[in-house]
Ligand binder design. Structure first.
Ligand code: FEO
Length: 168
């Protein structure tokens, strides 16, 4: 079946490919946060489970934001396959450390998309991606703050640490 081209594409094809990769990354982050939410839920870590359920929703929204942008720009958004995510963690601290690693990875990827859009004069994508650049600064900052709380709390029991984490 031939692809129906609805309108002229207003973003660069190379940027579109990177945005499709970014969709996959955001959806993978969503699945990964859902696994973390479940881990916290099973242990009655109320603040952390609320945090990760919300993060899972937010990452899906990020993915959909890019998905809709690509299609609205006349491109072809691709529904990604999600690789297996880790569901097993040693500790709550490890959950948050993995969260920070994941956010840093997403930030680098957003910066690459932004940089490519700029180098190819794809102004529509560059402006669109500005929101994600700011969002990543905020998300990394929140997780770093939580990890600081772990440093302050030392060997306190898990539930007591969870109770002291920022409420969503
Ligand atoms: Fe949408 Fe936190 O990356």
């Amino acid at each position: 079946m031939k692809t129906a081209i609805r309108k002229q594409m207003s973003i660069h094809p190379k940027v579109m490919d990177m945005l499709n990769n970014q969709i996959a990354l955001e959806m993978h982050a969503s699945a990964s946060y859902l696994a973390m939410a479940s881990w916290c839920d099973q242990r009655e870590l109320l603040n952390s489970k609320a945090f990760f359920y919300k993060q899972a929703e937010e990452e899906r929204e990020h993915g959909m934001k890019i998905f809709n942008f690509v299609n609205d720009a006349g491109g072809a958004a691709i529904s990604p396959s999600i690789p297996l995510v880790n569901n097993d963690f040693e500790s709550l601290r490890e959950v948050y450390e993995k969260t920070l690693d994941q956010e840093i990875h997403v930030t680098h990827s957003i910066h690459k998309c932004f940089s490519l859009a700029r180098s190819l004069n794809d102004f529509a994508s560059e402006v669109f991606l500005q929101w994600f650049v700011s969002e990543q600064v905020e998300e990394e900052d929140v997780v770093r703050g939580i990890l600081d709380t772990f440093d302050l709390m030392g060997d306190m029991p898990l539930k007591m640490i969870d109770e002291r984490l920022p409420k969503e």
